[in-house]
Design a protein around this ligand. Structure first.
Ligand SMILES: [Zn+2]
Ligand SMILES: [Zn+2]
Length: 402
């Protein structure tokens, strides 16, 4: 396959416009997690037209719906390994605030994390490699995963056996990043993205008239003390060398100024890099909330919501290998280790199931202050898309050959 690498690069050169057009098409038709029906149809049609074996209807949540996961299998005609390439395909419930000619037509839904780019990159990779099937070693399993933004798609597809038939030996993938300029690549060994748990703390009191608090048990006051006090769990209980973030992003309580409600609920999330730290904080938050509530004659219960998402952990060997490939593809200075990110990604579940690596590719717009991912004015420099395909080809081809 080495011989055909230059011709692959040449072909990629001819596909740049198509790659950008494809990304814009997904951007225009942004779809929420587990509702990516049009996106899945486009992916499946393109993969089938390129001659891949296509499986659709994957990623079905327990309550039904979904089924928007797609897998395409490409068998090379030379001996080699079986490697998966994972791309996530969902958008976010955000009203787009950038005036683009290809702005989202789905009101209130926007690709503000770059998954439109991930989808277009995955399809382009599959099409390029399919044209070189004769010289291609091994087998590539292209996994197009729904429901990343709500954490859930990865585990469903793993449970559905996407890594088992054919038996995948390693999993690779990339996330575009608007924090770094085009040409900058980041691969970080060890923990590179945090774990995520979502939680509710329900504080139960006794309702009544706002003028007679002594006859009630006020859950709002208790919840307020829990919220302030829990800020110290990280600073006082987690070793300074470790780190974690606990954020309450939503509080629900009450209906009127002069009514003491029965309950107050804090909704929050917890991020950490090490499992021990995460477990410690879950245990302490539950005990802390219960005892503070007790001091106010109320009751508080901690409940974890949804499936926990573990930290993204890139094994040393795989990261060193990917680092070398990126270095060879673009030159040394463009590849950095970066810093661990407190955000989360359920690529971590694929990396728990198989060795592999998740790396970052810069797409920061060149002449303006980049907006963070998940921001209504998020934008990318599309010049980073062909760079992503080029480095992904280098990493994949190396891994397939051994
Ligand atoms: Zn995101
Ligand atoms: Zn993302």
């Amino acid at each position: 396959m080495k011989k055909s690498a230059p011709s692959l690069s040449r072909q990629l050169g001819g596909r740049k416009d198509g790659l950008v057009e494809l990304r814009r098409d997904f951007h225009r038709h942004a779809e929420l997690s587990f509702q990516e029906h049009r996106t899945a149809t486009v992916i499946a049609e393109r993969l089938a037209a390129a001659g891949l074996e296509v499986r659709t209807g994957l990623g079905v949540p327990a309550g039904g719906g979904g089924g928007t996961g797609v897998v395409g299998v490409l068998h090379g005609e030379q001996p080699g390994r079986t490697v998966a390439w994972r791309a996530d395909i969902d958008a976010l419930p955000i009203a787009e605030a950038v005036d683009l000619p290809f702005a989202s037509l789905n009101e209130g839904v926007m690709h503000a994390c770059g998954h439109d780019g991930h989808t277009a990159i995955g399809i382009t990779l599959a099409e390029l490699l399919a044209e070189h099937r004769k010289a291609l070693p091994g087998t590539v399993v292209f996994i197009f995963q729904p429901g990343e933004e709500v954490v859930g798609g990865a585990q469903l597809m793993i449970n559905e056996g996407v890594l088992d038939d054919p038996a995948v030996e390693s999993v690779l993938g990339l996330h575009l990043t608007a924090r770094d300029p085009v040409g900058q690549l980041i691969v970080r060994p060890g923990p590179s993205m945090a774990s995520a748990d979502f939680f509710d703390v329900e504080v139960r009191g006794k309702g009544g008239h706002g003028a007679f608090p002594h006859l009630s048990v006020d859950p709002i006051t208790a919840a307020a003390h829990i919220l302030v006090g829990m800020q110290e769990l990280v600073s006082r209980e987690v070793p300074a060398q470790d780190t974690a973030v606990m954020t309450v992003g939503e509080i629900k309580a009450g209906s009127k100024a002069n009514i003491i409600p029965e309950t107050a609920v804090l909704h929050g999330s917890l991020r950490a890099f090490r499992r021990e730290v995460r477990d410690q904080l879950v245990e302490r938050l539950g005990a802390f909330a219960a005892r503070i509530a007790q001091a106010y004659r109320a009751e508080a219960k901690l409940r974890l919501v949804g499936e926990p998402c573990p930290a993204v952990h890139n094994p040393e060997r795989e990261s060193a290998y990917v680092h070398q490939c990126l270095h060879d593809a673009v030159g040394g200075e463009a590849v950095a280790e970066g810093r661990p990110v407190m955000g989360s990604d359920d690529m971590s579940l694929f990396l728990q199931a198989r060795p592999g690596c998740y790396f970052w590719v810069g797409v920061a717009p060149p002449d303006k202050e980049p907006q963070p991912h998940h921001h209504p004015a998020f934008e990318m420099d599309e010049a980073g898309l062909p760079v992503a395909v080029r480095v992904a080809l280098s990493v994949l081809l190396g891994r397939l050959a051994g």
